[in-house]
Ligand binder design. Structure first.
Ligand code: AMP
Length: 975
């Protein structure tokens, strides 16, 4: 008979057990049976009938719970069975049984016999049959004997302590559809509060873009290997696998899936790339923005298509910006040395966004009359090569003398072949010359020497003139004389008797000066007689080997020896040379041509007639306005003179309504310019005075005035190119000073630049400085005297000399190196005058070589006699050009707060930018497709602007650092 008195105690116990807590199971457990969640009868079999008894109790939420109890402790030989209904195993091979129960200890029951037990047994029986109504005891397999153990919940119930035990057992290797559980009581007092049967699984999970399904754990403790399947829009990179452990945990993931091209990974799944983004390969993790000049209008783009006009070379990574062919190379300079030429040019302004620019040079030649033109063939020799040049420079030798060559230089990059547009080229025209090769004859007297030389091949036509330089042996530094003639015979007189002189001759052709021939030493005779050297006595010197031309030059005339003139060494020109003398012929000493001020003419029109050629207006075609001059518009156009090639010209016209004085002033520029003939002085082609408007025609200078040109090309030239320009200006000024012409307004704005980057001095108007007018000294046309360019003595007391022009030249140097910066910036004129007087001088511009700043400072010596002469400036600059290393040391390399030299170890764009403290532009570079350090090497100022680096200082810092990178990587020889 059951001990019913224990029930209230059980109720009390259960109300302490929160039902919901009991049902909160881990998610890797799948419950097969839970007695506590049964709403109605559990329907378990209990036999014999007086054994286990089903009792409903309420939990703390008043939810009914099914419990089974037995407490037949007073009687011996108890064998009470409680059997569950059939529990399907649901595929599990191993199931767990968790039971919660209370067990009265026999001692706490007064008067119970010794047969009282404190354990019960748990069995199972596997079966496919869910409806068995009877199972023999012997058919059950025992799971365990269950005793109350340590793991119980202790509850005070009145004066007793109740213990709620929890025990878990498992059964493995189940194979039938299900099983029955049975609890055997052999005489204990038990309340079976709950029975839960569950198995464990590894729950569905997504790892490495592979989905691993819910997986039931193995039957014994073995791991279950599970193959994952790739999530949508992903593909296997390596077969994904994982192990499900016996206790329901995933172990050891192997392999992975990756999102397909066009899809990016986002929180464990693959999302299509948004428009404007792409992913080229399954191996990339994320979609990235389309690189510069490409687009992806639709979702899920595996790559971005290039914008129109941009291309992607076969080997370009998809992450690289689309690029285009480069623009034409710029600013070509040709340095002709007779039958060879060095061509140098600046890289194209537009690199097209690539770093793989190379250059090719195409050659065409034309006969002298321009009629027969064709490819150069295999004659010329290109050093280092003709095509695929990596540096913007080539040396061409073995050209034919006196031939017009056109070199077309094109820049090519990796996408040039993909573009249907014609390649952009820049062309250089040159005419070769040849050295005066042999001095054939000479005759000597006491104070004169007559020389005859063999000119370059076909001397007529191509040679503009010869230049003869001579000096007393070993006296070159003290005194030397330069004479010019169109003939190849010259008598030099006024020499000392019995003295050895050294002579050298060079020719000038349309293409510039050739080389001097070798030196020849000749001695004047001691006797006062005219000795005609016979061929044996003649010095016949082979100075250079220049083709087998035999040109017999006959000495046809004897020249009257003129008397001494004030100790000058002077020469008597041949009749041909006579024609080159100024007809007005005032102060002209033979052999030294002096500039004649137009004011010295009583009739200014005579000066025009003497020095400027009248041009028929019908030979001029005006094309467009290019500027505004003081007297009217400046236009460009063409001039075609009879039997000459058509040339481009600049045309200055005198606006209507002028006074006679204005006409004279206007034309005075032509009568000054017409006296000059030098490659670095703007050449006068002629004037139109016989019809209106009156015009001055000069050669056309494609790049306009130097100051504007430099500002437009800020930072784009190599220092050698800048020094080349300065050398040209100095050579022109040297010529002017030899002609005794003082410019007075030398400034970058008055220098013109042609397409070959040749600089020529211009602006010879008379009206700008009126010397005779004391008031006019401080005014110039439209304003003040150019204070910033003018030497202090010229400002103070109008002492204008070639030395004051040298001062101005120093300022021009500063303008050139600083790319057109305004001298003394925004200081007022008065402050400039004061500062100069107190010894202040302009500091070196950014990146200015020390030697150039020193030369500027020399030009700005207070004492004008201490300033260098233009001839010396030319020599200094020539030396620097020959030895570019001397330009390496920069005057202001310390002005960088942080020297932008990148760490030698940098290997990524990010590290490089960090190392020059420009890390804020990392995204700009990356977004523009500059992902490798190599690609950065060719970034230009316009590339920087496009990617949003707009601060000039930052641009300069980055570009300087790129120059250093280039030198470190040996990609660019920059001096
Ligand atoms: P000017 O009156 O000489 O100062 O000339 C006015 C402007 O016309 C200059 O600043 C130049 O831009 C332009 N110019 C003058 N002469 C030439 C030339 N020979 N070739 C090209 N541009 C010229």
């Amino acid at each position: 008979m059951a001990l019913h008195w224990i029930y209230p105690s059980l109720l009390t116990v259960l109300s302490f057990i929160p039902n919901h807590a009991l049902r909160n199971y881990p998610d890797n457990e799948v419950t097969l049976l839970d007695s506590m969640s049964a709403l109605g009868d559990l329907g378990w079999e209990a036999y014999p009938a007086e054994g286990w008894e089903e009792i409903s109790v309420m939990d703390e939420r008043n939810t009914p719970m099914r419990t089974y109890q037995v407490c037949n402790v007073m009687e011996a030989n108890q064998n009470n069975w409680l059997r569950t209904s059939h529990i399907p195993r649901d595929g599990a091979q191993r199931v767990y049984i968790e039971i919660k129960f209370t067990l009265r200890d026999c001692n706490s029951l007064p008067g119970v016999p010794g047969t009282c037990k404190e354990t019960f047994n748990m069995y199972y029986y596997e079966s496919n049959n869910a409806n068995l109504w009877f199972i023999k005891e012997s058919q059950y397999a025992k799971i365990d004997t269950i005793a109350a153990d340590e793991s119980f919940t202790q509850v005070d119930v009145g004066d007793r302590v109740m213990k709620l035990n929890t025990e878990v057992r498992d059964i493995s290797n189940l194979s039938k559809k299900g099983f029955y559980l049975a609890f055997q009581d052999v005489g204990a007092c038990i309340a079976l509060v709950s029975v839960r049967v569950f198995y464990k699984k590894c729950p569905l999970t997504v790892l490495n873009l592979a989905r691993f399904p819910d997986t039931v754990t193995g039957g014994d403790s073995a791991l279950v290997e599970v193959r994952g399947s790739c999530v949508n829009d992903s593909e296997e990179f390596e077969a994904p696998r994982m192990y499900c452990s016996a206790d329901g945990g995933w172990l050891v993931p192997i392999g992975r899936c990756v999102c397909k091209a066009g899809f990016g990974e986002h929180e464990g799944h693959c999302q299509p790339c948004r428009p404007g983004f792409y992913k080229a390969s399954a191996l990339d993790a994320y979609c990235v923005k389309c690189p510069l000049h490409s687009h992806a209008p639709l979702e899920r783009a595996p790559e971005c298509a290039c914008e129109k006009g941009f291309y992607r070379a076969e080997l370009d990574p998809r992450s690289m910006a689309c690029t285009r062919p480069p623009s034409a190379p710029e600013s070509p300079i040709s340095t002709i040395n007779e039958t060879s030429v060095t061509l140098e040019w600046s890289p194209p302004r537009e690199s097209g966004g690539r770093g793989d620019i190379t250059y090719s040079v195409h050659c065409r030649k034309c006969s002298e009359d321009g009629r027969k033109c064709g490819p150069c063939g295999s004659g010329p020799h290109f050093i280092p090569r003709q095509f695929g040049l990596s540096l913007p420079k080539v040396h061409v030798t073995d050209l034919l003398p006196h031939t017009n060559y056109t070199f077309s230089i094109e820049a090519v990059n990796g996408v040039s072949d993909l573009s249907p547009s014609p390649r952009q080229i820049v062309s250089v025209n040159i005419t070769t010359s040849q050295t005066v090769s042999v001095i054939l004859k000479e005759r000597k007297s006491k104070d004169s020497i007559t020389l005859a030389w063999q000119g370059p091949e076909r001397a007529s036509g191509a040679v503009v003139e010869y230049e003869v330089i001579y000096y007393e042996k070993n006296q070159r530094d003290q005194n030397y004389t330069v004479l010019k003639t169109r003939s190849n015979v010259m008598t030099v007189d006024g020499l000392k008797p019995g003295t050895t002189y050294v002579f050298r001759v060079r020719a000038r052709t349309d293409g510039g000066y050739g080389n001097y021939g070798g030196e020849i030493e000749l001695e004047t005779s001691h006797e006062d007689m005219l000795a005609i050297g016979d061929p044996n006595q003649s010095t016949i010197l082979a100075v250079s080997i220049a083709g087998g031309i035999v040109l017999l030059v006959l000495l046809v005339a004897c020249f009257v020896v003129s008397g001494r003139h004030c100790g000058y060494i002077k020469a008597k020109q041949d009749p041909d040379e006579e024609k080159m003398q100024f007809q007005h012929g005032r102060v002209n000493l033979p052999g030294s041509r002096m500039y004649i001020h137009p004011h010295t003419y009583e009739d200014p029109n005579q000066a025009i007639r003497d020095f400027a050629k009248e041009i028929d207006v019908s030979s001029i075609r005006i094309e467009r306005v290019i500027g505004a001059g003081e007297f009217g518009e400046v236009c460009s156009g063409r001039l075609k003179l009879p039997s000459k090639r058509e040339i481009y010209v600049a045309i200055k016209s005198l606006k209507a309504g002028y006074s006679e004085q204005q006409r004279r002033d206007f034309l005075s520029e032509a009568s000054i310019m017409g006296q000059f003939d030098h490659p670095n002085i703007i050449r006068l082609e002629g004037v139109v005075t016989r019809c209106k408007p009156v015009m001055i025609i000069t050669e056309y200078m494609e790049n306009g005035s130097l100051d504007t040109f430099l500002k437009k090309h800020d930072g784009q030239f190599t220092i050698i190119q800048l020094v080349g320009m300065l050398r040209g200006i100095a050579a022109g000024m040297s010529y002017l000073s030899e002609m005794n012409y003082i410019h007075r307004d030398l400034a970058a704005r008055n220098i013109l630049v042609n397409s070959n980057l040749v600089c020529k001095v211009s602006d010879f108007g008379l009206s700008r400085v009126l010397e005779d007018d004391p008031e006019a000294a401080y005014t110039t046309r439209g304003g003040k005297i150019p204070i910033r360019w003018t030497a202090p003595e010229a400002i103070a007391y109008r002492k204008f000399t070639s030395a004051s022009d040298v001062w101005s030249y120093g300022i021009v140097m500063w303008e050139v190196i600083s790319y057109g910066e305004r001298p003394y910036w925004e200081m007022s004129n008065q402050d400039v005058i004061k500062a100069i007087d107190e010894g202040y001088r302009l500091p070196a511009p950014m990146d200015c070589p020390v030697v150039l700043h020193q030369l500027m400072l020399d030009c700005w010596e207070k004492g004008r006699s201490e300033r260098p002469k233009f001839g010396q400036i030319v020599a200094t600059l020539d030396k620097l050009i020959r030895n570019p290393n001397s330009l390496r040391q920069l005057a202001n390399s310390s002005i960088w707060e942080d020297p932008p030299t990148p760490e030698p170890s940098v290997s990524t764009v990010e590290d490089w930018l960090d190392s020059i403290k420009m890390g804020q532009y990392k995204e700009h570079f990356c977004g523009a497709g500059y992902v490798t350090l190599d690609s950065v090497l060719y970034v230009t100022v316009s590339d920087l602007g496009r990617m949003g680096v707009s601060l000039a200082g930052h641009q300069k810092k980055i570009l300087s650092s790129i120059q250093i990178l280039q030198t470190q990587q040996g990609t660019h020889v920059q001096v």
